[in-house]
Design a protein around this ligand. Structure first.
Ligand code: F0G
Length: 456
């Protein structure tokens, strides 16, 4: 049998509101050409993010009803704690309202001026939390990871030589911990190999440094290890997850991704003193340690989600369905990051519309066109999200100009994805008509969320 079926049946549905191109043109104008500002009801297929957009299972919804809302010592906390420990083996588990709250706690304790945090690629909230503390966030992605057209199995790997050189240059005393993001969201959802994770551990041991994992998409990463890395073919995904976390001293997690929930996150770690400091901040900013920033029912849903996410039938379908979209696009010549990542297809806007310079945001132009043509919402990951300015106010663009089509977990069917491919190919075939944009408003931090644009 070659057809891979969705490993679930649909029990509850949400209608999609249909709009036409004329209506969408007005909507774009009214929202300053920023897809983040569009009313979700006006989006037909929402690929803005895979975060918090999963369809929960009937067992997760049952858990929502069953959640224990006790302020302290809730039964749901203990179920959640056990589920996290089962996969990660970490000693201390601290619930937060989402991933960035875990980051905020960690970096407000370990960050500060003169400190440096290396990572393969920091996600925007991680970078923002580090920089907000006064510290510097540094990306040390392997070279192949920066070239969308080059195919490799583990394009999310850290450049280990650069990491060692960086530690020697800045001094290990100024590096509170080394981070690695699995999968590498900002670099195409590309996985990190077990060998690379072991390599980072070895370097950290050499210099007496802590090693943390940004684990949002750990199960997708573990599945890639299973199918791509020698020696892991016959290991279960759960075994791979346990091994992977065994090399780390701690992790931050947005449960909105690979814990299949709409809200939630956590911090898990082995150092009891650091855990105590984190809990003290948690109490001030999030809540009591047995609920953090969450309700008991949310903890219950996370615990159940963590049980479901390592199901290999699910992961097979998940990785294959993203690849399926990538294959359709590649067959029509659409440029994208190859191979496709775990949670998303990333269009390469530099090659998609080479006539639009970075200063005019090619990724933004493509994502606007996808909405206008087909009501599809995607996310620019390029100069809008990561662009900086030099002293003269000239844009310093990031290495890649991407448009991310993030696929929510268990939400869209194959015909939705066929429609998405059809629209992207139609936009691509008329790509010479796309025009660049300029900013008419931008906030000083995380500007992509609220920026407004007009035609350049
Ligand atoms: N780390 C990574 C790698 C992420 O992708 C995200 C969120 C976070 C941390 C922060 O987690 O949203 O729960 O606070 N990524 C979402 C996205 C927003 O669309 O990729 P959060």
């Amino acid at each position: 049998m070659t057809t891979i079926i969705e490993p679930f049946r649909i029990k509850s549905v949400e209608p999609i509101k249909f709009t036409n191109e004329t209506e969408r043109k007005t909507i774009l104008k009214d929202t300053g050409y920023n897809p983040f500002l569009i009313h979700a009801d006006d989006v037909m297929i929402d690929l803005l993010t895979d975060s918090g957009t999963s369809a929960m299972s009937s067992k997760q919804w049952a858990g929502i009803m069953d959640g224990d809302e006790s302020y302290a010592g809730s039964r749901s906390f203990f179920r959640f704690e056990e589920a996290v420990k089962r996969i990660t083996g970490m000693d201390f588990v601290i619930p937060t309202h989402q991933g960035r709250a875990a980051e905020k706690i960690l970096f407000s304790i370990l960050g500060g001026k003169g400190k440096f945090f290396p990572n393969n690629t920091h996600f925007d909230t991680t970078r923002a939390n580090i920089e907000y503390s006064g510290a510097e966030a540094v990306d040390l992605l392997c070279e192949v990871g920066k070239h969308p057209e080059e195919k490799a199995d583990f394009k999310g790997n850290m450049d280990l030589d650069k990491l060692r050189a960086f530690i020697l240059e800045k001094g290990p005393e100024n590096i509170p911990l080394v981070f690695i993001t699995i999968t590498n969201n900002s670099g195409g959802g590309q996985p990190v190999s077990m060998e690379n994770i072991k390599g980072v551990r070895k370097i950290c041991d050499e210099f007496g440094l802590k090693f943390f994992i940004d684990a949002c998409r750990f199960a997708e990463n573990a599945y890639f290890i299973k199918i791509r890395e020698k020696g892991y073919e016959s290991k279960s995904v759960l075994e791979i997850c346990r091994e992977l976390f065994s090399y780390a001293d701690g992790m931050t997690m947005s449960a909105k991704k690979d814990a299949l929930v709409n809200i939630g996150g956590f911090l898990a770690l082995n150092d009891d003193k650091l855990a105590m400091n984190c809990r003290n901040v948690l109490i001030v900013t999030e809540g009591f340690p047995t609920y953090g920033g969450l309700a008991g029912r949310d903890l219950e849903a996370i615990a159940q989600g963590l049980e479901e996410i390592t199901d290999e039938n699910y992961l097979h379908y998940r990785i294959r369905s993203v690849e399926y979209l990538g294959e359709k696009l590649l067959a029509a010549g659409v440029p994208l990051i190859e191979p496709t990542g775990g949670h998303a297809v990333y269009l390469d806007a530099k090659r998609f519309c080479p006539h639009i310079p970075a200063e005019e945001f090619p990724g933004q132009a493509v994502s606007i066109a996808l909405y206008e043509k087909g009501g599809i919402r995607a996310c620019e990951i390029g100069s809008v999200m990561f662009g900086k300015y030099d002293e003269k106010g000239k844009l310093i663009p990031p290495p890649m100009e991407l448009v991310r089509l993030a696929i929510p977990r268990r939400v869209y069917t194959q015909s939705h994805i066929d429609y998405v491919a059809e629209i992207i190919i139609a936009v691509f075939n008329e790509r010479h008509l796309l025009k660049g944009y300029k900013l008419s408003y931008e906030a000083p931090m995380l500007r992509h969320f609220t920026a407004r644009f007009e035609l350049a």
